[in-house]
Design a protein around this ligand. Sequence first.
Ligand SMILES: Cc1cc2nc3c(=O)[nH]c(=O)nc-3n(C[C@H](O)[C@H](O)[C@H](O)COP(=O)(O)OP(=O)(O)OC[C@H]3O[C@@H](n4cnc5c(N)ncnc54)[C@H](O)[C@@H]3O)c2cc1C
Length: 419
Amino acid sequence: MNNKKTRIVIAGAGFGGVYTYKQLHKHFHKSKNVEIILINETNYFLFTPLLHEVATGSISPENIIEPIRKVLRCCLSDLHIGTVEKLDTKNKTIYTKKEAISYDYLVLALGSQSHFFGTPGAKEHAFVLKTLTNAITLKNHFITQIEKATKEPDPKKRKQLLRCVIIGGGPTGVELATEAADLLYSTFGKYYPKYIIKDIEIFLLQKGEQLVPMFPKGMQEKAKKMVKKHGITILFNTKVTKVTKDAVLTTNKKYAKIDTHTAIWTAGVAPKQIPTNEDVLEKNKKGCIIVKPTLQTMTDDQVFVLGDMAYCIDPKTKEPLPALAQVAVQQGKYVANNIVARIKNKPLTSVSYTSKGLLISLGQWMAAGQIAGLQMSGRIIWWLWRSVYVSKLISWQKKFRVIVDWTINLFSPRDISKF
Ligand SMILES: Cc1cc2nc3c(=O)[nH]c(=O)nc-3n(C[C@H](O)[C@H](O)[C@H](O)COP(=O)(O)OP(=O)(O)OC[C@H]3O[C@@H](n4cnc5c(N)ncnc54)[C@H](O)[C@@H]3O)c2cc1C
């Protein structure tokens, strides 16, 4: 008798990986024939949509992460903490630095990383916002710069210390810019002298003609209005050509060189790449792995890919699914159900994505959104944005802690302790 268990390995415990796991667990809880292994480079799940709030002192860092051990429910599951480095589909083995882990079914959900489009100096000198460490580093930097400015007698150098340039006018750039304005002007305004606050400048650089171009027109206009209201200078049709340690160089004639020590790159992401035995995984130009509507790769039916790593055409709209947490979450359920279907020799299901709506925060007390085709903005949408995001945090403890952080912020300045 063959007692070998079917092994499902999930590489990446972010939105796609965790929701695949949760759905698989529903099917296989107490099963003696299946084991599930999660591999992740950190021991926690990171709630990326609130990273900008950590970077601007609105939420404590530990409140937007969840230990993966807490997510693992089933005795048949295990977690391997390590960085995936290589995949051998021929021998059905995935490698981390320390281990070789074999699989029967593999789920690739390693997400994405910042993409600099080859812009010289960007990778070396710009801050990014992809990991918890990135958010903490950025917050510390904001505080370091203003402290240095208080000791800088030269007005030109002081201004340079207090100038912040956010590159990219997509949702992350806009959310970060408005929250950064609240931190730099309002909170710092409570602790630092007026002559310092007066010299703070925030630029938001966008290569196109609109902010958040993927959103409907009304939301774009609202975002532009609110960004300006926060005292932020928007430079449209401005491409960054180089980033150095003390300046951002652009195609904008008036602002060809912006002197700053704070360049923040939010302008692009590219899927995580892992070397494979051969060129077995078909990819699009951006490097996303092309998948069938069942989320299996084109060449290997036992490898599933989802989230930011996958290029998946929505069978309904014929458009590629966007790189969003809500896409990865929904795909996770399909991947799990399709693995179950394969194990049980049943037909697989094509992914069907239903957008739950679009929401963007625009600083304290303001958000814009489109829900069920209706565009709205204001304080109620801000509360809705907060409620939706809190509801998506995994444990009740973290939900409660984020609510406490936000409630405290309504009545007192943000936390400006350096870590
Ligand atoms: C600042 C920011 C704000 C965002 N805001 C929103 C929002 O408001 N709404 C929305 O829908 N989407 C938002 N997104 C996008 C959303 O985070 C992604 O689309 C979503 O996380 C993709 O899910 P995923 O499972 O593919 O990847 P992730 O959730 O990123 O998970 C990837 C996992 O793989 C792990 N990993 C990566 N490389 C390795 C490796 N080599 N070895 C081992 N483990 C590895 C990572 O640690 C992580 O746990 C935001 C993203 C960012 C960066």
